[in-house]
Design a protein around this ligand. Structure first.
Ligand code: HEM
Length: 168
């Protein structure tokens, strides 16, 4: 039987090894050991989300204040990229699948999320090119993994996430 990781690779177009490249070094330290690059990235990302021209997408985030969403995300990213455990200290275990259960994370929403994250990553100068690629690989992989744990997703992904990846 195909493992969850194999499926995530197939659906996201990202090899499992590439998805975990983020763990090869300490990204937090490599970017200077401060929260600033992650604050910049999350602010950039959520500014795009909260100003999205697509109302159906904006609505998914309507229950959260932008500043709170930014903080939740950057604290998670700092921790995931090898920095202090800011997210867990304040919010507890990340449990991202459970935390996303209240939201309609449809395939279309996942595509839109990735689109904004790609744009945010591309326009955040405090992150170097190699790290940008690694971060997006991980994001594609996570989104694919999240999708397949959702009920009712009986068909496999027909779109090629890999095609919209940044050039390497
Ligand atoms: C697939 C598309 C996704 C959608 C539509 C989505 C949507 C949301 C929404 C509506 C929230 C609540 C905002 C808040 O109050 O913090 C949220 C929170 C969050 N999301 Fe996502 N998300 C997606 C993918 C991801 C991915 C790939 C990651 C991992 C990098 C992620 C990480 C987080 C984190 C850390 C939080 C804060 C959770 C908390 O503190 O309760 N999300 N997301």
């Amino acid at each position: 039987m195909q493992s969850l990781q194999d499926k995530a690779s197939e659906w996201s177009g990202v090899a499992a090894g590439d998805a975990f490249a983020i763990d090869e070094g300490n990204v937090f330290e490599a970017l200077g050991g401060t929260t600033q690059p992650f604050v910049n990235l999350s602010t950039n990302f959520y500014t795009r989300v909260y100003e999205d021209e697509e109302e159906w997408f904006r609505q998914i985030f309507a229950g959260s204040k932008k500043e709170d969403a930014i903080r939740n995300q950057y604290e998670f990213l700092v921790q995931r990229m090898g920095g202090p455990q800011l997210f867990s200290q304040r919010r507890g275990h990340p449990a991202l699948i459970a935390r996303h259960r209240p939201f309609p994370v449809t395939h279309q929403a996942a595509e839109r999320w990735l689109h904004h994250m790609q744009q945010a990553v591309d326009t955040t100068d405090s992150i170097d090119a190699a790290t940008k690629t690694k971060m997006m690989h991980t994001a594609y992989f996570l989104v694919a993994g999240n999708e397949m744990t959702r009920q009712g997703h009986g068909t496999s992904c027909k779109c090629k996430h890999g095609e919209s990846k940044p050039a390497e």
